[in-house]
Design a protein around this ligand. Sequence first.
Ligand code: AMO
Length: 429
Amino acid sequence: MERIFVSELAEHIGEVVVLKGWIHKIKDLGKVSFITLRDKSGLVQVVVENSKIVDLKLENSVTVTGMATANSKAPEGIEIQNPDFTIMGKAYYEMLPFEVSGYKMKASLESQLDHRSISLRIPKARAVFKIQEEIVTAFRAYLKERMFSEIHTPKIISSSTEGGSEMFTVNYFDRRAFLAQSPQFYKQMMVGAGFERVYEIGHAYRAELHNTWRHLNEYVSLDVEMGFIEDEFDLMKLEEGFLNYLFQHLSKTCAKELRMHGIELPEKLDIPRIPLSEAQDILLEEFEKRSPVGNIDAEGEVLFSKYVKEKYDSDFVFLTKYPISKRPMYTMPDMDYPGMTKSFDLIYKGLEITTGGQRIHDYEMLKENIVKFGLVPEDFSFYLDSFKYGMPPHGGFAIGLERLTMKILNLTNIREATLLPRDMKRLEP
Ligand code: AMO
């Protein structure tokens, strides 16, 4: 008999079925026990006479063969009667590191991360990654529909893309190499190579010395780059379109997981676009909050989001027109706003989830800008050379996958939205 999943039980009432999964809970009622079986798709109650019970332990993996029976008193209205259990995977523990079936998670996040293969058995913890999987699915589908091609670019590279010293070094035979902070140069090169519109879903590495609730040293970057744009507002429109598409997609595919986390997604997003300097003025006037030159700090992001929520009823806000001095050398200056660039950040519920902008596409202008930034054009020759052959106007953005997941679900630490996080202290599991 072929195995079915718990989620398929409703179609098999009155039949003998084969289920596979783990022993989630055992409730001994004297004559009978209620055993909850958990598989990838859900939970089901199995009723066993205690005289027939085999030596079951919580978290054993098992095969259960029994009669699928409707019972309005059982959770979800279905239970398995007259079961036969076969133990498939023995359990070798004396005590589980923490409870998997409890209503509330009592273990610390550190302990959950130390025992990831146990903590991910908790349905609510695993639901986070169903949402994450569907974010990636929606990202692919939305962009594919709009003539974007998926690319895969190297993560071992020879030079910095984002400026700063936040690079991990790698021994590359007899040379020194780095782990990519972003696919920035390659996604631009592929626009110029004729793909016109590209996206990449891949790891990015940041050797940042920040051990905070919102920083990882390895994260997944959802990157987009688009050729023949008019200006950076084309990119904001594209991202806003994606987020609208995403929320509809999640409402359809992840209703159960969203419910588990108590999340209701808005039906339509209309994201305000506000110049950075205006946001800084508002922060000062409304909250007496001073901002660093050319930026908003973490506290400012939270306060400004609060303001936007009240004024525009939006969880999102695009901040536009960042100063040249605060953006990487590839960013297009804004001729209408001296000293500013055609770039933006997207803030979601108080956290930056995206940076993007139009890029410089003219070879001479880019070369000059590299020098203006105190860098040496020869160090970027492979990148710079690709601008010699008719590079079209273009731009793009990148969304941090874990940050987006975290904010959709109102999680308080980015590690909860990371399968196996890498941070300053954590290199295992
Ligand atoms: P930026 O460096 O702002 O821009 O990164 C883009 C987005 O990536 C996410 N992110 C992080 N997530 C978790 N931990 C980190 N340490 C971390 N650092 C960044 C954030 C951020 O908004 N090349 C540009 C993008 C572009 O212009 O296309 C870039 O990498 O969500």
